[in-house]
Design a protein around this ligand. Structure first.
Ligand code: AHR
Length: 490
């Protein structure tokens, strides 16, 4: 298969935040997954589990969204500050009806980001919150000087203000965030964002709630009525084998037809990003406003015996392919897509990490994110692969998807997904304007349902990829159902 990368046709910078993640007060994502509390037997720093922390640092997690999701529009941040014993307990109505004791709040989240070394992305409450509440949260987080909120922060043990760049004004306000119409939300967005202030040199990147999947009218109305007040517009799209919410399909037990159907559905991200970007281009031809896919990933039936409201699912090689395909799509749209946040970080939906008590496993999706992290902040290169189609009669998909970039050292970073379950792919890469001298590669591969468990945590691991320089080209052999990252030196 012929693959051409034109190293002389340099495109946009791949924002590292495309490799972002999302953590919600949902199931065992925050509690148990990230936060176990200082008194836990599980190794922790300030209540944050160290095994998970180390894995996230290794993966180079760049940005983390919190506290939701649907939870964000029910969250009142003042319930999650101050002495633990005084923190209000609430019902998490969206997710399992469990008691939320608010022991993980603003200080704990900011500490988590500090320990990971990632940017915080905080999502404010429009659905059930007030303008004052949102305004005061930003003051509490970032104001340096004498003010009621800065004083409260100091009383709670943090004199210094934090830096918070990314702030979302509501989540899914067309649905769980208030069931609003776009005209109404656009007006509310204009009002709420006015009071999300820049304090000192903390310049807020203001994010408006964008469309669900293919709601192009939402994008149109938001861009037209509120575009001038936003830096980013979100978009959500989940990959589900069946569109039936009561039976989305199993995470681990599926046949080949369902595999190809799922991959075809995930490939729809290309169409969605293209069409929403085209609408944004009409109002913002200079691409000042980022399209932020701040919820994406696979969504299956929960694992048997687990709380249906906790959205706990396993993660197979099919999910590795889903991750690789979507990240390739985002890279290729780097001129408009400047952040994406897979849902969710630990123990929820397409998670990179699963935990059980003091045990932790890395999923195939984790390995994809770690391999792809080499693209972060690189320059996207023009590239094209002549991939034939594979799949079933009803669901034909390209057998290989790819993206390529160049880093500051002049190395070419290539990521490839072989979606074919049956055959390996021999790829001959021609690098226009580049003489390859050395090539290295890594790959994750396995049967479509291969996955790691607490009993067998290393079924899917990163292996060395088969790659060599032959007659000035880079030859790569991709095993069936695999995701690879290749690095080429001049
Ligand atoms: O990620 C789970 C949920 O999916 C989020 O809370 C919500 O925003 C979306 O509908």
């Amino acid at each position: 298969m012929k693959y051409i990368i034109n190293t002389q046709n340099k495109k946009a910078t791949i924002d590292k935040n495309i490799y972002g993640h999302f953590s919600e007060h949902l199931g065992r994502c925050i509690y148990e997954g990230l936060y176990v509390g200082e008194d836990s037997q599980i190794d922790n720093i300030d209540g944050i589990r160290t095994d998970v922390l180390d894995a996230l640092k290794e993966m180079k997690l760049p940005v983390l969204r919190w506290p939701g999701g649907c939870f964000a529009d029910e969250y009142h941040w003042k319930d999650g500050i101050g002495p633990n014993e005084n923190r209000k307990k609430m019902i998490n109505t969206h997710w399992g009806g469990v008691v939320e004791d608010n022991s993980f709040g603003t200080h704990e989240f900011m500490r988590l980001c500090e320990l990971i070394g990632c940017e915080p992305y905080i999502n404010g409450n429009v659905g059930s919150g007030t303008v004052q509440e949102m305004s005061e949260w930003m003051e509490y987080l970032t104001f340096d000087g004498l003010s009621p909120m800065a004083q409260l922060r100091e009383e709670n043990g943090h004199k210094e203000p934090w830096k918070v760049k990314y702030f979302g004004v509501g989540n899914e306000n067309w649905g769980c965030g208030g069931n609003m119409r776009p005209e109404y939300y656009a007006d509310l967005y204009r009002r709420f964002q006015t009071y999300v202030r820049n304090y000192g040199d903390n310049k807020v990147f203001k994010i408006a709630c964008g469309p669900n999947v293919d709601d192009y009218n939402w994008t149109e109305v938001l861009m037209k009525n509120a575009g001038q007040f936003m830096d980013g517009l979100t978009m959500h799209y989940y990959t589900m084998p069946n569109d039936d919410w009561a039976n989305k399909g199993s995470a681990t037990e599926f046949d080949e037809a369902t595999y190809y159907l799922t991959i075809k559905k995930t490939l729809r991200m290309e169409e969605l990003v293209t069409k929403h970007s085209a609408i944004m281009d009409k109002y913002d031809p200079d691409k000042r406003i980022a399209l932020m896919v701040d919820e994406w990933g696979s969504w299956y039936n929960v694992e048997e015996g687990t709380n249906p409201g906790f959205l706990y699912q396993q993660n197979t090689m099919r999910d590795a392919i889903i991750a690789g395909i979507n990240l390739n799509i985002f890279n290729k749209h780097a001129d408009r897509v400047r952040m994406a946040n897979i849902a969710q970080l630990v123990n929820v939906l397409q998670a990179v990490i699963l935990t059980e008590g003091d045990k932790m496993i890395l999923t195939p999706t984790y390995h994809v994110f770690k391999m792809y992290s080499e693209h972060m902040d690189n320059t996207l290169l023009d590239s094209y692969i002549a991939a034939e189609e594979v799949g079933t009669d009803e669901n034909k998909i390209p057998s290989v998807t790819e993206s390529a970039s160049m880093n500051e050292e002049g190395q070419v970073v290539i990521t490839l997904c072989n979606t074919d379950l049956a055959e390996e792919k021999n790829i001959t890469t021609e690098l226009v304007g580049f003489t390859p001298a050395k090539v290295t590669g890594e790959v994750v591969t396995g049967t479509m349902s291969a996955h790691n468990t607490f009993e067998a945590p290393t079924t899917v691991v990163v292996e060395e990829a088969k790659a060599a320089i032959v007659d000035g080209t880079v030859k790569v052999t991709l095993p069936p159902c695999s995701v690879a990252r290749i690095i080429v030196n001049a």
